[in-house]
Design a protein around this ligand. Sequence first.
Ligand code: G3D
Ligand code: MG
Length: 179
Amino acid sequence: MRWCKIIKNLKIIIIGDGAVGKTSILKRYMLNKFHESQMITVGVDYTVLTIKVDKNKYTLNFWDLCGARYPNNKVLNTILKKSSGCVLVYDIARRETFNNLILWNNEINKIINNIEQISFIVVGNKIDLSDDKPIDAESIDNILKTLNIGIHLFTSAKTGYNIEEVFTELIHSIMKNNK
Ligand code: G3D
Ligand code: MG
């Protein structure tokens, strides 16, 4: 009889301001496709995908949120609970979306008491827009320290740059966290 790897079921949420590229990142990862024109996410999109990382199989349950932040957001509350991983996305060409990561983190902190149970990754998307200056390294270091997050990646949902790496890194971090 062949030995079967255990399939781990992970809930992953993708958060950030509107139009930073959350839906595009997920679509690029799942379909390896990029649509020049995206449907606006109204509420929440939910998608499931089974993948293999380091010879283990994972079922990823993705929750793609719309960009609005509400105080005591019940939807965010329900979705965040029992999440294993969170991708925090900003747009490298819009500084305010980077600064707003602090606000997103505050929202999450209000909902989750033991936040260290969730693995986070910060993603600076739209790096293909090279005419727009990416956020400087010092600001990135500072925000990672403030948020207590160890991983940051620049990505492009348009070209596919680093998209695979976002989810591989996140899964590695989740597995480390669960040891
Ligand atoms: P959201 O889910 O965070 O709200 P979307 O963002 O995925 O809907 O993307 C918002 C817009 O940014 C879309 O353009 C999409 O094509 C564009 N976009 C997403 N990722 C990238 C990227 O990596 N590079 C570039 N250049 N554009 C990107 P529209 O024109 O539909 O508003
Ligand atoms: Mg969206």
